[in-house]
Write a protein that binds this ligand. Structure first.
Ligand code: SF4
Length: 298
């Protein structure tokens, strides 16, 4: 099997992998993280080429932030169904209906949508981004669940929520949380805020993927957790937090698009057999404004 780390070094390439990628891809990567961490890594990477093992909106964001670099998404059809739920036309209509409101877009959006928004956010930064805005009214898109989560924590703002969702996290119900609590007594339940609010309300805590990882990693061995996000996290925690018991909230918690990338795809990307991400220059300039504004909030 080709040693992709050596191959990447010889190509002056950095392999970036999202926490939801398979463990063999995460092990091969030079940087692993959630959307926010990877955007920061991409922006500061010295390498000329970025191999983005994730889904399309992430590779697009890397290209927008680093227009002079070659950015390759190893699997061309790895997309995000939530990102596909909102279009620039939806944003235009919402702006007409709510003049004066700021438009805050989760990074899980296309470059075209980012180009017509005021600021982006990730699940790690959404609360800080909302507080940073001067406008009292915020149009939040596309995830109504993350929007509701932020709205509850930033009560001084009025939120208008777009009706989008992540098909993987949105399946979680309050009954699932109650059933898991009965099945694993004493375990702390941690959910991703893309889960519906009624489920999040019953959890012991909710936050981004990196927040969930930290919660588990910072507790002493012997602790028990029920995790409500993509199940790849459980496998990662077996390596980074040995001795903690982690159970997935419900079976089938899998993002198929995130699991499409294989070792061979990464090798093909490094060998230049997969076309690089290309975006219109003017589109990138517009979309970069909302991404860099997010990065400045931190
Ligand atoms: S887990 Fe949900 S939000 Fe994340 S990439 Fe998959 S479909 Fe999109």
């Amino acid at each position: 099997m080709t040693d992709v780390r050596n191959l990447a070094a010889s190509r002056d390439a950095l392999i970036l992998a999202h926490y939801y990628q398979t463990m063999d891809i995460q092990r091969a990567a030079g940087a692993v993280g959630d959307s926010f961490e990877l955007a920061k890594k991409a922006a500061s990477a010295p390498q000329k080429t970025l191999i983005f093992c994730g889904v399309r909106f992430m590779a697009e964001s890397a290209k927008i932030l680093c227009p002079d670099k070659t950015v390759i998404l190893p699997v061309q059809d790895a997309g995000c169904p939530m990102a596909d739920m909102v279009t620039p036309d939806d944003v235009r209509k919402l702006r007409e209906k709510h003049p004066g409101a700021a438009v805050m877009a989760y990074v899980n959006t296309s470059a075209e949508v980012k180009a017509v928004c005021d600021i982006c956010c990730t699940s790690s930064s959404a609360e800080r981004v909302a507080r940073s805005l001067q406008e009292e009214e915020i149009i939040f898109l596309p995830d109504k669940n993350l929007g509701a989560f932020v709205a509850a924590r930033v009560p001084e703002k009025r939120f208008i929520l777009f009706d989008g969702h992540c098909p993987i996290h949105h399946r979680v119900t309050a009954d699932d949380v109650n059933a898991a609590r009965n099945q694993y007594p004493g375990a702390r339940i941690l959910l991703h805020p893309e889960c519906p609010p009624e489920a999040v309300a019953l959890a012991d805590g909710a936050g981004s993927t990196s927040w969930i990882l930290q919660q588990v990693e910072q507790t002493p061995p012997g602790s028990r957790f029920i995790i409500g996000t993509e199940e790849g996290i459980i496998e990662r925690l077996r390596e980074t937090a040995p001795g903690r018991e982690c159970f997935i909230l419900k079976p089938g918690f899998v993002c198929e698009d995130m699991k499409k990338t294989t070792h061979d795809d990464v090798v093909r990307a490094l060998n230049g057999e997969i076309p690089a991400v290309t975006l219109d220059k003017a589109l990138m300039e517009q979309a970069r404004k909302s991404l860099t504004r997010m990065m400045a909030v931190g």
